[in-house]
Design a protein around this ligand. Structure first.
Ligand code: PBG
Length: 312
Protein backbone atom coordinates (compact mmCIF):
# COMPACT_ATOMS: atom_id res chain seq x y z
CA UNK A 1 0.00 0.00 0.00
CA UNK A 2 3.04 2.28 0.14
CA UNK A 3 4.26 1.73 -3.41
CA UNK A 4 3.01 4.95 -5.02
CA UNK A 5 1.97 8.37 -3.77
CA UNK A 6 -1.58 7.67 -4.98
CA UNK A 7 -1.75 4.53 -2.84
CA UNK A 8 -0.25 6.27 0.16
CA UNK A 9 -2.74 9.07 -0.21
CA UNK A 10 -5.58 6.56 -0.28
CA UNK A 11 -4.66 5.09 3.10
CA UNK A 12 -3.42 8.24 4.81
CA UNK A 13 -4.88 8.59 8.29
CA UNK A 14 -4.04 12.14 9.26
CA UNK A 15 -4.46 15.37 7.32
CA UNK A 16 -3.40 18.90 8.07
CA UNK A 17 -5.51 21.87 7.14
CA UNK A 18 -4.63 25.58 7.36
CA UNK A 19 -7.51 26.06 9.79
CA UNK A 20 -5.69 23.83 12.29
CA UNK A 21 -3.00 26.49 12.67
CA UNK A 22 -2.74 29.49 14.94
CA UNK A 23 0.02 31.98 14.11
CA UNK A 24 1.73 33.61 17.12
CA UNK A 25 2.45 37.32 16.56
CA UNK A 26 4.39 39.91 18.55
CA UNK A 27 3.08 43.44 18.68
CA UNK A 28 5.19 46.42 19.74
CA UNK A 29 4.80 50.21 20.00
CA UNK A 30 5.44 52.58 17.10
CA UNK A 31 4.46 52.82 13.48
CA UNK A 32 5.93 51.09 10.48
CA UNK A 33 7.99 48.82 12.75
CA UNK A 34 8.87 45.37 11.43
CA UNK A 35 11.89 44.15 13.41
CA UNK A 36 13.10 40.64 12.74
CA UNK A 37 13.69 38.43 15.78
CA UNK A 38 17.26 37.15 15.58
CA UNK A 39 16.62 33.69 17.00
CA UNK A 40 13.38 33.22 15.02
CA UNK A 41 14.09 34.03 11.36
CA UNK A 42 10.99 35.17 9.48
CA UNK A 43 9.24 36.31 12.67
CA UNK A 44 8.98 39.96 13.63
CA UNK A 45 8.07 42.41 16.31
CA UNK A 46 5.34 44.36 14.53
CA UNK A 47 3.74 47.71 15.23
CA UNK A 48 -0.06 47.71 15.06
CA UNK A 49 -0.23 48.91 11.41
CA UNK A 50 2.21 46.20 10.29
CA UNK A 51 0.35 43.64 12.39
CA UNK A 52 -2.90 44.41 10.61
CA UNK A 53 -1.19 43.94 7.24
CA UNK A 54 0.23 40.62 8.42
CA UNK A 55 -3.20 39.53 9.63
CA UNK A 56 -4.70 40.20 6.21
CA UNK A 57 -2.22 37.78 4.69
CA UNK A 58 -2.88 35.22 7.43
CA UNK A 59 -6.61 35.50 6.81
CA UNK A 60 -6.15 35.08 3.06
CA UNK A 61 -4.18 31.85 3.64
CA UNK A 62 -7.14 30.34 5.49
CA UNK A 63 -5.24 30.03 8.77
CA UNK A 64 -7.40 29.36 11.85
CA UNK A 65 -6.38 32.47 13.75
CA UNK A 66 -3.65 34.35 15.58
CA UNK A 67 -2.41 34.54 19.15
CA UNK A 68 -1.06 37.88 20.27
CA UNK A 69 1.86 38.70 22.54
CA UNK A 70 2.61 42.28 23.53
CA UNK A 71 5.87 44.14 24.01
CA UNK A 72 4.89 47.20 26.06
CA UNK A 73 6.59 50.59 26.01
CA UNK A 74 7.54 50.27 29.68
CA UNK A 75 7.49 47.50 32.27
CA UNK A 76 6.92 47.79 35.99
CA UNK A 77 6.61 45.68 39.12
CA UNK A 78 2.83 45.57 38.82
CA UNK A 79 2.58 44.48 35.18
CA UNK A 80 0.27 47.43 34.65
CA UNK A 81 0.63 47.20 30.86
CA UNK A 82 -1.00 43.77 30.98
CA UNK A 83 -4.43 45.03 32.03
CA UNK A 84 -4.34 48.60 30.71
CA UNK A 85 -7.36 49.26 28.48
CA UNK A 86 -4.98 51.15 26.17
CA UNK A 87 -2.16 48.63 26.46
CA UNK A 88 -0.36 47.34 23.41
CA UNK A 89 -2.34 44.09 23.07
CA UNK A 90 -5.69 45.75 23.76
CA UNK A 91 -4.93 48.35 21.08
CA UNK A 92 -3.82 45.67 18.65
CA UNK A 93 -6.94 43.55 19.23
CA UNK A 94 -9.22 46.51 18.55
CA UNK A 95 -7.36 47.31 15.32
CA UNK A 96 -7.35 43.74 14.02
CA UNK A 97 -10.99 43.11 14.88
CA UNK A 98 -12.00 46.35 13.23
CA UNK A 99 -10.09 45.69 10.01
CA UNK A 100 -10.48 41.90 9.78
CA UNK A 101 -13.49 40.95 11.91
CA UNK A 102 -13.58 37.37 10.63
CA UNK A 103 -10.10 36.44 11.88
CA UNK A 104 -10.07 34.57 15.20
CA UNK A 105 -7.98 36.56 17.68
CA UNK A 106 -6.65 34.78 20.75
CA UNK A 107 -4.79 36.70 23.43
CA UNK A 108 -2.07 35.27 25.62
CA UNK A 109 -2.91 36.17 29.21
CA UNK A 110 0.31 36.43 31.19
CA UNK A 111 2.39 39.02 33.01
CA UNK A 112 5.97 38.15 32.10
CA UNK A 113 6.10 40.54 29.14
CA UNK A 114 4.91 43.38 31.40
CA UNK A 115 6.85 42.95 34.64
CA UNK A 116 10.23 44.62 35.15
CA UNK A 117 11.53 41.36 36.68
CA UNK A 118 10.19 39.18 33.86
CA UNK A 119 8.27 36.76 36.06
CA UNK A 120 4.72 35.69 35.26
CA UNK A 121 3.25 37.01 38.48
CA UNK A 122 3.51 39.34 41.41
CA UNK A 123 6.78 38.87 43.28
CA UNK A 124 6.45 38.88 47.08
CA UNK A 125 9.53 38.19 49.22
CA UNK A 126 11.57 37.08 46.21
CA UNK A 127 9.07 34.56 44.87
CA UNK A 128 5.99 34.66 42.65
CA UNK A 129 2.84 34.80 44.78
CA UNK A 130 0.20 32.62 43.15
CA UNK A 131 -2.95 34.04 44.72
CA UNK A 132 -1.90 37.68 44.46
CA UNK A 133 -1.36 37.18 40.73
CA UNK A 134 -4.89 35.96 40.01
CA UNK A 135 -6.38 39.45 40.13
CA UNK A 136 -3.96 40.74 37.46
CA UNK A 137 -4.83 37.80 35.25
CA UNK A 138 -8.56 38.29 35.64
CA UNK A 139 -8.23 41.99 34.86
CA UNK A 140 -6.08 41.26 31.80
CA UNK A 141 -8.53 38.69 30.45
CA UNK A 142 -11.46 41.09 30.87
CA UNK A 143 -9.53 43.90 29.18
CA UNK A 144 -8.76 41.61 26.24
CA UNK A 145 -12.39 40.50 25.94
CA UNK A 146 -13.51 44.12 26.11
CA UNK A 147 -11.13 44.95 23.26
CA UNK A 148 -12.76 42.20 21.20
CA UNK A 149 -10.62 39.08 21.71
CA UNK A 150 -12.45 35.93 20.59
CA UNK A 151 -10.62 33.62 23.02
CA UNK A 152 -8.38 34.26 26.02
CA UNK A 153 -5.47 31.93 26.72
CA UNK A 154 -3.85 32.07 30.16
CA UNK A 155 -0.23 30.87 30.06
CA UNK A 156 1.06 31.85 33.50
CA UNK A 157 0.50 28.46 35.25
CA UNK A 158 -0.87 29.93 38.49
CA UNK A 159 -3.27 27.61 40.31
CA UNK A 160 -6.88 28.73 40.17
CA UNK A 161 -6.44 31.19 37.32
CA UNK A 162 -9.05 29.59 35.06
CA UNK A 163 -11.73 29.88 37.75
CA UNK A 164 -10.69 33.46 38.52
CA UNK A 165 -10.77 34.44 34.84
CA UNK A 166 -14.09 32.67 34.18
CA UNK A 167 -15.71 34.44 37.13
CA UNK A 168 -14.41 37.85 36.10
CA UNK A 169 -15.44 37.38 32.46
CA UNK A 170 -18.95 36.30 33.49
CA UNK A 171 -19.35 39.20 35.89
CA UNK A 172 -18.29 41.71 33.27
CA UNK A 173 -20.68 40.38 30.64
CA UNK A 174 -18.28 38.17 28.65
CA UNK A 175 -19.86 34.83 29.41
CA UNK A 176 -19.46 33.79 25.78
CA UNK A 177 -15.69 34.31 25.68
CA UNK A 178 -14.02 30.87 25.75
CA UNK A 179 -10.87 30.05 27.71
CA UNK A 180 -8.07 28.13 26.04
CA UNK A 181 -5.97 27.05 28.98
CA UNK A 182 -2.25 26.43 28.72
CA UNK A 183 -3.06 23.60 31.12
CA UNK A 184 0.08 21.51 30.84
CA UNK A 185 2.87 24.00 30.32
CA UNK A 186 6.32 22.76 31.18
CA UNK A 187 9.36 24.68 32.44
CA UNK A 188 11.08 24.17 29.10
CA UNK A 189 14.36 25.35 27.63
CA UNK A 190 12.59 25.39 24.27
CA UNK A 191 11.09 28.81 25.11
CA UNK A 192 14.53 30.41 24.75
CA UNK A 193 14.03 32.19 21.42
CA UNK A 194 10.57 33.45 22.48
CA UNK A 195 12.08 35.30 25.41
CA UNK A 196 14.17 37.30 22.96
CA UNK A 197 11.06 37.93 20.85
CA UNK A 198 8.89 39.02 23.79
CA UNK A 199 11.76 40.51 25.82
CA UNK A 200 10.49 38.49 28.77
CA UNK A 201 13.44 36.54 30.17
CA UNK A 202 13.23 36.41 33.99
CA UNK A 203 15.76 38.81 35.55
CA UNK A 204 16.41 36.41 38.46
CA UNK A 205 15.72 32.74 39.04
CA UNK A 206 13.61 30.74 36.61
CA UNK A 207 10.02 29.61 36.13
CA UNK A 208 10.34 26.18 37.72
CA UNK A 209 8.33 27.12 40.79
CA UNK A 210 5.18 27.58 38.67
CA UNK A 211 5.67 25.84 35.30
CA UNK A 212 5.63 22.03 35.27
CA UNK A 213 8.53 19.67 35.81
CA UNK A 214 9.22 17.93 32.45
CA UNK A 215 9.28 14.37 33.85
CA UNK A 216 5.68 14.54 35.15
CA UNK A 217 2.88 13.09 33.02
CA UNK A 218 0.30 12.16 35.65
CA UNK A 219 0.55 15.60 37.16
CA UNK A 220 -0.07 17.09 33.71
CA UNK A 221 -3.33 15.16 33.41
CA UNK A 222 -4.36 16.39 36.84
CA UNK A 223 -3.61 19.99 35.77
CA UNK A 224 -5.83 19.48 32.73
CA UNK A 225 -8.63 17.98 34.75
CA UNK A 226 -8.53 20.83 37.26
CA UNK A 227 -8.63 23.43 34.50
CA UNK A 228 -11.69 21.76 32.97
CA UNK A 229 -13.40 21.76 36.36
CA UNK A 230 -12.57 25.45 36.69
CA UNK A 231 -14.22 26.18 33.35
CA UNK A 232 -11.61 25.82 30.62
CA UNK A 233 -13.14 25.23 27.18
CA UNK A 234 -9.99 23.94 25.48
CA UNK A 235 -6.75 22.48 26.80
CA UNK A 236 -3.23 23.10 25.59
CA UNK A 237 -0.05 21.06 25.90
CA UNK A 238 3.19 23.00 25.55
CA UNK A 239 5.79 22.43 24.13
CA UNK A 240 4.44 20.04 21.51
CA UNK A 241 6.92 17.58 20.02
CA UNK A 242 8.73 16.57 23.23
CA UNK A 243 5.30 16.04 24.85
CA UNK A 244 3.36 14.08 22.20
CA UNK A 245 2.52 11.45 24.80
CA UNK A 246 0.55 14.03 26.74
CA UNK A 247 -1.26 15.31 23.66
CA UNK A 248 -2.35 11.73 22.94
CA UNK A 249 -3.45 11.11 26.52
CA UNK A 250 -5.33 14.41 26.67
CA UNK A 251 -7.13 13.58 23.43
CA UNK A 252 -8.21 10.20 24.77
CA UNK A 253 -9.25 11.40 28.16
CA UNK A 254 -10.96 14.76 27.60
CA UNK A 255 -13.74 15.52 25.12
CA UNK A 256 -12.67 19.10 24.45
CA UNK A 257 -10.53 20.45 21.62
CA UNK A 258 -6.86 19.82 22.33
CA UNK A 259 -4.31 22.45 21.35
CA UNK A 260 -0.54 22.08 21.19
CA UNK A 261 2.08 24.81 21.00
CA UNK A 262 5.02 24.07 18.76
CA UNK A 263 7.18 26.57 20.61
CA UNK A 264 9.93 28.91 19.50
CA UNK A 265 12.78 26.47 20.20
CA UNK A 266 11.08 23.71 18.22
CA UNK A 267 10.73 26.13 15.31
CA UNK A 268 14.23 27.55 15.56
CA UNK A 269 15.90 24.13 15.73
CA UNK A 270 14.36 23.13 12.42
CA UNK A 271 15.16 26.46 10.79
CA UNK A 272 18.76 26.44 12.04
CA UNK A 273 19.42 22.86 10.97
CA UNK A 274 17.92 23.60 7.56
CA UNK A 275 20.13 26.69 7.18
CA UNK A 276 23.14 24.48 7.78
CA UNK A 277 21.94 22.07 5.13
CA UNK A 278 21.49 19.33 7.73
CA UNK A 279 17.77 18.87 7.33
CA UNK A 280 15.10 19.57 4.73
CA UNK A 281 13.13 22.54 6.06
CA UNK A 282 9.84 21.79 4.35
CA UNK A 283 9.79 18.12 5.17
CA UNK A 284 10.82 18.67 8.80
CA UNK A 285 8.12 21.31 9.14
CA UNK A 286 5.35 19.12 7.70
CA UNK A 287 6.48 15.97 9.50
CA UNK A 288 6.57 17.75 12.87
CA UNK A 289 3.15 19.29 12.29
CA UNK A 290 1.48 16.10 11.14
CA UNK A 291 2.95 14.27 14.14
CA UNK A 292 1.38 16.82 16.47
CA UNK A 293 -1.93 16.47 14.63
CA UNK A 294 -1.70 12.67 14.69
CA UNK A 295 -1.13 12.70 18.45
CA UNK A 296 -4.51 14.42 18.80
CA UNK A 297 -4.10 18.18 18.62
CA UNK A 298 -6.65 19.82 16.35
CA UNK A 299 -5.32 23.30 17.12
CA UNK A 300 -1.60 23.82 16.53
CA UNK A 301 0.05 27.07 17.54
CA UNK A 302 3.04 27.29 15.24
CA UNK A 303 5.46 29.82 13.77
CA UNK A 304 5.25 27.72 10.59
CA UNK A 305 1.54 28.53 10.15
CA UNK A 306 2.01 30.65 7.04
CA UNK A 307 4.63 28.45 5.38
CA UNK A 308 2.64 25.28 6.04
CA UNK A 309 -0.64 26.82 4.91
CA UNK A 310 1.01 27.89 1.64
CA UNK A 311 2.21 24.34 1.01
CA UNK A 312 -1.21 22.88 1.76
C1 PBG B 1 4.31 33.56 28.48
C2 PBG B 1 4.60 32.64 27.37
C3 PBG B 1 5.82 32.03 26.98
C4 PBG B 1 5.55 31.34 25.80
C5 PBG B 1 4.21 31.51 25.52
N1 PBG B 1 3.64 32.30 26.50
C6 PBG B 1 7.17 32.14 27.57
C7 PBG B 1 7.48 31.52 28.84
O1 PBG B 1 6.66 30.92 29.52
O2 PBG B 1 8.64 31.67 29.23
C8 PBG B 1 6.56 30.56 24.99
C9 PBG B 1 6.23 30.40 23.55
C10 PBG B 1 7.36 29.97 22.68
O3 PBG B 1 8.46 29.62 23.15
O4 PBG B 1 7.16 29.97 21.47
N2 PBG B 1 4.44 33.06 29.76
Amino acid sequence: MRRTEALRRLVRETHLRPENFIMPLFVCPGEGVKREIGAMPGNYQLSVDQLVAECREIQSLGIGGIILFGIPETKDEWASGAYDAHGIVQTAVRAVKQEIPGLVVITDVCNCEYTSHGHCGKVVDGDVDNDETLEWLARSAVSHARAGADIVAPSDMMDGRVAAIRKALDEEGYKNTPILSYAAKFASCFYGPFREAAESAPQFGDRRSYQMDPPNAREALREMELDLEEGADMLMVKPAMPYLDLIAKAYERFEVPIAAYQVSGEFSMIVAAARNGWIDRERAMMESLVAIRRAGASIILTYFAKDAARLL
